[in-house]
Write a protein that binds this ligand. Structure first.
Ligand SMILES: Cc1cc2nc3c(=O)[nH]c(=O)nc-3n(C[C@H](O)[C@H](O)[C@H](O)COP(=O)(O)OP(=O)(O)OC[C@H]3O[C@@H](n4cnc5c(N)ncnc54)[C@H](O)[C@@H]3O)c2cc1C
Length: 531
């Protein structure tokens, strides 16, 4: 039988075979996974450890845009936008099953906005160069209403249409993890770094880690340790120097998810300036609409951040300002919050909207490299810069970056997105084969969502899913699309997983309890935390 390279037990059994790793990456979000792929393709022996699951943190909680950032253009941040537009183009080529060419309409309610945004977006197209996704155009009122039938018509002058990318963030994370493994790296989820090993001069020589499934401790030696833990970066920095300065401030962004009837059709809405100067998107995603986001400075961070009441109200009110078909709290199918790992401001007068969104590689005296900031869209470039930095510091032998044209696991040109399984790309066949072997796996898990039992089996066997949360939040996106439906699906998913992972009844019961508790926070009625 063919060995399954994505099997966690098998990957763990190979650990003693490696005396010293070239690179250990801490954190399995966009930043860490990108670094693991880059490092492995350059031929370095690479280990990545993720404390919970790939994209458990911020990387599953984005607005799902692969974009240059129209807002940063308005701020005059040309280099940042050009770089992101270039990366957008590369990602669309290398993961066409995950990245969709999405049209956005900016509705104009003031006479000058049509001209203003058309000029701005022409510049956006120009910066994309050869990798442009299509030309921006001005459209009149009739055309705008035809495209956005629920839009507020009173006072509408017309709209400006532009193109950007749209993707599935945690699916990309899972596919990047698979790509890294295919390139020879070892990746382990549910494996937490608990300490850093240092020699007498304070130089880092490896990490201490815990397999949280078995409670087994490990020590791994490495030439280079890279901290890619997003909002958790300071915890790792403090492990090597307890006096390390606070380098990160979390800024929370909340999204509400509604049924597609509130934004039928193909187009997304981009509201370039809300009452308090933010940008708000309403984007079609997996037959639902995501609306967000907010920008709220927090003092603290967690793996399950929660929306504040005023963030929910802000999104509802702002979206309703632009709609004739109004949304209410009862229409919210899911609510999720994510934390931006922004560089800490130098003084308290700096607001998060103004703090640099570009990425940064921090080199500590101990030899630790920390990659922070940036965005999903630029994950590949961030990884390249991190490994290039290590080479320039002579921590790794020189090898060129090889990720520009590297196809990501599952890559397949995808036009037809009607069957929800398009997201698996080339792996769609594997799921079809499972159903061929056992027709009951072709059954749906919930009447309101398209996901099948076969997808749970596939996630456990080939996508390293270990818990109900891994499956329902990040392999299929049930939790983010319809939190109540996700709760309903829990017993069935736990049952399938227990069988696949050879777990007992106590494990199954615990999984149902744990996930139900977690998923309740994605339901609006339990998500009314006041600031
Ligand atoms: C609301 C919001 C909307 C966004 N929208 C977009 C968008 O539309 N497009 C875009 O391009 N970008 C977007 N971004 C930015 C993008 O999502 C982030 O830049 C990116 O996901 C950050 O990834 P990361 O790997 O740095 O952090 P994370 O995804 O948080 O990953 C860090 C990981 O480290 C792990 N970890 C922590 N401590 C340890 C430890 N001790 N041992 C092992 N593992 C550990 C965590 O569990 C976590 O999985 C958005 C961000 C937010 C907050």
């Amino acid at each position: 039988m063919k060995t399954n390279i994505f099997n966690r037990e098998q990957l763990i059994s190979q650990l003693p075979g490696v005396k010293k790793w070239d690179v250990i990456v801490i954190g399995g979000g966009a930043s860490g996974l990108g670094v693991a792929v880059d490092s492995a393709t350059r031929g370095y022996k690479t280990l990545l450890l993720e404390q919970v699951d790939y994209a458990k943190g911020t990387s599953s909680r984005s607005t799902k845009l692969v974009h240059g950032g129209v807002r940063y253009l308005a701020q005059g941040n040309i280099d940042l936008v050009r770089e992101a537009l270039h990366e957008r183009g590369l990602l669309e080529k290398n993961a066409p099953h995950l990245v969709k060419n999405q049209s956005f309409v900016i509705p104009n309610y003031r006479w000058w906005e049509g001209i203003y945004y058309t000029i701005g977006l022409k510049a956006y197209d120009f910066l994309a160069g050869k990798l442009s996704l299509g030309k921006s155009t001005h459209i009149n009122k009739t055309n705008t209403v035809e495209r956005l039938s629920t839009l507020r018509q009173k006072g509408l002058y017309g709209g400006v249409v532009y193109k950007d990318g749209q993707f599935d963030d945690s699916r990309l994370a899972v596919n990047l993890a698979q790509t890294a493994i295919e390139q020879g790296a070892t990746l382990l989820n549910h494996f937490k770094v608990t300490g850093l090993a240092q020699d007498t001069s304070g130089k880092i020589t490896g990490v201490e880690a815990l397999d949280t499934e078995t409670n087994t401790s490990y020590s791994f030696d490495a030439n280079l340790v890279i901290n890619a833990t997003g909002v958790f970066s300071d915890e790792i920095l403090k492990m090597q120097n307890k006096d390390a300065r606070k380098s990160i401030v979390p800024s929370q962004g909340v999204h509400l998810v509604f049924d597609k009837s509130f934004l039928p059709g193909e187009d997304a809405i981009m509201i370039p300036k809300t009452d308090d100067g933010r940008v708000l998107f309403a984007v079609p995603w997996h037959d639902k609409v995501i609306v967000g986001t907010t920008d709220t400075n927090l003092d603290d961070h967690s793996l399950e951040p929660q929306a504040q009441e005023q963030e929910i109200e802000f999104i509802l009110q702002t979206f309703n300002n632009y709609l004739d078909k109004k949304v209410t709290r009862a229409d919210v199918r899911s609510i999720y919050a994510g934390l931006r790992p922004l560089a800490a401001p130098k003084d308290s007068s700096e607001k998060t909207k103004e703090i640099s969104r570009s990425h940064k590689v921090i080199v500590s005296e101990s030899g630790l490299l920390t990659i922070t900031g940036g965005k999903w869209t630029t994950y590949r470039r961030m990884a390249q810069d991190t490994i290039d930095k290590a080479i320039s510091l002579k921590r790794l032998p020189k090898q060129p970056c090889r990720t520009k044209d590297l196809k990501i696991h599952g890559a397949k040109p995808t036009e037809d997105r009607n069957d929800h399984k398009y997201i698996y790309g080339t792996d769609q066949k594997g799921i079809a084969d499972l159903i061929k072997e056992d027709a009951s796996l072709g059954e749906k898990l919930h009447p309101r969502l398209p996901f099948l039992k076969a997808e749970v089996v596939w996630a456990a066997r080939y996508e390293m899913a270990r818990t109900v949360d891994d499956v329902l939040a990040r392999r299929v996106r049930a939790l983010f699309l319809d939190a109540h439906a996700a709760i309903d699906m829990t017993p069935e998913v736990a049952q399938i997983l227990a069988k696949e992972l050879n777990r007992d009844e106590a494990w199954r019961i615990e999984q149902v309890e744990k996930f139900t508790k977690l998923a309740n926070h994605y339901c609006i009625e339990s998500n009314t935390v006041t600031a």
